[in-house]
Design a protein around this ligand. Structure first.
Ligand code: HAM
Length: 423
């Protein structure tokens, strides 16, 4: 019978890969918690109209990429394609503003988009995200961008570009939209069929199109920064001043629009340069979405956030940053007589905080030591008949190829001393 395989674009993360994942998750939590964020966990499945209303009907995500199904209760449900919509829904549902005027929330978990899979792009992928509710910025915008840079650089990913833009408020966007349509209209016939439709429904999305002909036309499009109203301009300049004060590196990217409709004002992305990711090199992206909380039934609440792709960050990690998660010691026994003593010795080491692997099936000492090699253990503690009679065992340093007898009662201290000696 053919074995069942995972769904295309949905991957297993195997134990050999998990150290890098843990590193990124742990650093993310530690970093954002230092900035006062607290975790929220939302369901993976939401009512479909949550995403239609927030991400926007005429976006690639809603038009083409959602996993939507009707459940047995005849309700249309969707596997979340991103986190922000759910977090905003939860903020409104639980009146997140009642605890404090400003809420800082973070989340991590799987998201689902039916995109064409390739390196760095999957149908199930993990996001690490943050959202701040109740602060109009621009200082919090700068702090957030700076935090994102700290996170990425702290992981040893040094070659990055930080792209920043402003989309302005609803007024600015309406004015810009008119200017954009006026410029694009004469080129309508040369646009791809999708963009011809976008021209009527959501012209900003044309700036995102990857079709070469559309890109060429869009290159001549007006720039939204030239259309900012007075307050939008003050916000934008305030953001740039704060980034300069912090010394955060960034570039103004006047054509950055991003693929979700809820954005207003600040937009940003961090891109990895020259690495393995190729076309999918956006490590993280975010922006301000001041209208969304009200749109979903809450009070007017300025809000901003970003999400990073966990797989993309893992793919960009320099090998040296990934910690070694091999067990420190493999405890081996020489035969049936010493097997139970070895079981106890392993527990003693574990109680002392040392990670231990052991093949409890026993087997030859040779095969147990082969396993030590395979799992990358640093030491083997060999519990042999003769030594056991003296309450001792042999501690072999597998890296240095040396060994000595140690009292079983002192085994943990001996391992520690050997490791300390190297620091
Ligand atoms: P997004 O740009 O759609 O924004 O996704 C954020 C990040 O998720 C991307 O930069 C990328 O690293 C990762 N990502 C997206 N799609 C895939 C995929 N198919 N495979 C692998 N990684 C992917 C958002 O989702 C917004 N909710 C971000 C945000 C939060 N804006 C405000 N708050």
């Amino acid at each position: 019978m053919d074995p069942v395989r995972s769904v295309k674009g949905m991957n297993d993360v195997l134990p050999a890969e998990i150290a890098a994942w843990h590193l990124v998750e742990d650093r993310f939590r530690a970093t954002v918690e230092r900035y006062g964020y607290r975790e929220i966990r939302c369901p993976v499945v939401e009512p479909t109209n949550l995403f239609v209303r927030s991400i926007g009907e005429a976006t690639d995500i809603v038009e083409k990429e959602m996993y939507t199904f009707v459940d047995k209760g005849e309700q249309s449900l969707t596997l979340r394609p991103e986190g922000t919509a759910s977090i905003v829904r939860a903020y409104v549902q639980h009146a997140g503003w009642s605890d404090a005027p400003v809420a800082r929330w973070y989340y991590l978990g799987p998201m689902y988009r039916r995109e064409r899979p390739q390196k760095g792009r999957y149908r199930q992928f993990y996001q690490l995200g943050v959202e701040v509710f109740g602060d109009p910025g621009p200082l919090v915008d700068a702090e957030m961008i700076d935090m994102a840079v700290e996170l990425v650089r702290g992981l040893g990913i040094e070659r990055v570009a930080v792209a920043v833009n402003s989309l302005g408020s609803a007024d600015t966007r309406a004015r810009y939209r008119d200017a954009l349509v006026a410029m694009l209209q004469p080129h309508r016939a040369a646009l791809c069929p999708d963009c011809q439709r976008r021209l009527d429904q959501n012209p900003l999305r044309i700036l995102d199109c990857k079709v070469p002909g559309c890109r060429e036309i869009a290159a001549g499009a007006p720039v939204i920064l030239d259309h900012l109203g007075e307050e939008d301009r003050a916000h934008w300049e305030g953001l740039r001043r704060a980034l300069d004060t912090l010394g955060t590196p960034y570039e103004v990217a006047p054509r950055l629009v991003r693929g979700l409709d809820y954005y207003r004002r600040t937009l940003f992305e961090i891109l990895e340069l020259g690495g393995e990711l190729g076309a999918q090199n956006t490590l993280l992206g975010g922006g301000r979405y001041d209208g969304l909380v009200a749109e979903l039934g809450g009070p007017p609440t300025p809000s901003i956030g970003f999400a990073a792709g966990l797989e993309r960050i893992v793919l960009s990690l320099p090998a040296a940053t990934v910690p070694n998660d091999a067990p420190t010691v493999l405890v081996a026994s020489t035969g049936p007589v010493t097997q139970e003593a070895a079981l106890t010795a392993a527990r003693t080491l574990r109680r002392a905080g040392i990670s231990v692997d052991q093949d409890l099936r026993g087997g030859s000492l040779k095969s147990q030591l082969r396993r030590a090699d395979k799992v990358g253990a640093r030491f083997a503690l060999i519990v042999g008949d003769e030594e056991l009679g003296r309450g001792a065992a042999v501690l072999r340093d597998l890296a240095k190829q040396t060994q000595r007898e140690v009292a079983l009662a002192d085994a943990a201290a001996s391992v520690r001393a050997a490791l300390e000696g190297e620091r």
